[in-house]
Design a protein around this ligand. Structure first.
Ligand SMILES: NC(=O)c1ccc[n+]([C@@H]2O[C@H](COP(=O)([O-])OP(=O)(O)OC[C@H]3O[C@@H](n4cnc5c(N)ncnc54)[C@H](OP(=O)(O)O)[C@@H]3O)[C@@H](O)[C@H]2O)c1
Length: 333
């Protein structure tokens, strides 16, 4: 069943930049002699789920061939949301067996989808490539399991450990450029993969960033920042109408912010700096991934990058840049 599940995971990823806050799900229908006779993946939010798309694909391409097994990367839903329950459809279509990658942690489903199928006399196999299926939906799972978004910290630093030049008086500050065109593009891909993006007050003041996803396809993330002392200019580009922006001003404690983001259904946040915000988050120990880009230049003095041990990280060299990546959960091979 693993080869069918691998195909489900490929299909699931086709929705990567569009399905949030829904999970990415892929499904295939298999005939009794092992041929795939229908494929689908969960459509953008509010659209049909993977199972429904796979049946539609089957009806179009293989209408005369009986379906024996449905293979799906996430437990089928059993509740009315934006679409009717997939479990009901599967039962109606007379499938003999359902193979599930991992359980849906959403309390509205959480095992009930599988129970419904079993009660209808369908054989259900669970846990096929379970870790892979969980990894694809680590953001969605984090939100439902830990009631906070999945947190990714990302910054770029010089070879001698600085993230920015030291502040130079009033007015516009000189900007330190560490990223290359290629690594910038990779960062924009990360923006497309996450529902929200966050920077600290000083970064908004110094850099006036737009925080959009312009060098990759996908939706712009929701922008998040802090403004305890009402220092932000309402004309700043972070307040443009290209994406929504959330500003925390009364309570900027990281734990409380993650709780509030979760209550808004935001399953992931990419934090792009600056150093003080990143250090606050590192000290609170509420984060899941770290991505640090180290360029080859040195500047002698500047704003120090956060203090964190990079020794445990996976190292990739992209031309002259070194990329250090660390994940709390080990990704499956
Ligand atoms: N190389 C990179 O990857 C990268 C990325 C982003 C930014 N930068 C650079 O970093 C520089 C800014 O970094 P920074 O460290 O000075 O500032 P920052 O982290 O962007 O912002 C820090 C400010 O946010 C406010 N704040 C409110 N609540 C906070 C909390 N819980 N934890 C931390 N800060 C909180 C504080 O201002 P109040 O006291 O007013 O509340 C604090 O001084 C910029 O010059 C920018 O160019 C570099």
């Amino acid at each position: 069943m693993e080869k069918y599940m691998r195909r489900c995971l490929q299909l699931a990823r086709l929705g990567e930049y569009y399905v949030a806050p829904n999970p990415m799900v892929g499904a295939v229908l298999v005939s009794a002699d092992g041929v795939i006779v229908g494929e689908g993946f969960t459509a953008p939010y509010g659209g049909p789920h993977a199972e429904r798309c796979a049946f539609a694909d089957h009806d179009l391409r293989f209408p005369g061939v009986a379906v024996d097994t449905l293979v799906v990367s996430l437990e089928p839903c059993c509740h009315y949301g934006k679409t009717p329950p997939c479990a009901d459809l599967i039962i109606r279509r007379g499938v003999r067996r359902v193979v599930v990658g991992c359980l849906d942690p959403n309390p509205l489903v959480a095992g009930k989808g599988i129970e419904k199928l079993r009660n209808a006399g369908i054989e259900v196999v669970t846990g096929v490539l379970e870790q892979h299926c969980q990894w694809v939906n680590r953001r969605f799972i984090c939100l439902h399991k830990h009631h906070r978004p999945y947190v990714i910290l990302k910054w770029a630093q010089t070879a001698d450990g600085f993230m920015a030049y030291l502040p130079q008086g009033e007015g516009e500050q000189p900007r330190l450029h560490v990223s290359t065109d290629l690594t910038k593009r990779l960062v924009h891909r990360m923006r497309a993969e996450n529902m929200a993006i966050m920077v600290g007050t000083q970064t908004v003041i110094n850099d006036n960033p737009r925080l959009l996803c312009t060098h990759w396809s996908g939706r712009n993330p929701i922008r998040v920042t802090l403004d305890r002392h009402h220092r932000l200019n309402p004309e700043s580009r972070i307040f443009s109408d290209e994406a929504p922006t959330i500003v925390y001003s009364d309570d900027t404690d990281w734990r409380h912010i993650t709780e509030d983001l979760a209550s808004r259904g935001i399953h992931s946040v990419l934090v792009e700096g600056g150093a003080r915000l990143l250090q606050h988050i590192i000290d609170s120990d509420i984060y899941d991934e770290l991505h640090v880009e180290v360029g080859e230049q040195t500047i002698g003095q500047g704003v120090m990058a956060p203090k964190v041990e990079l020794k445990q990280c996976r190292l990739t060299q992209i031309r002259q840049q070194r990329l250090y990546e660390w994940t709390r959960q080990t990704p499956p091979l």
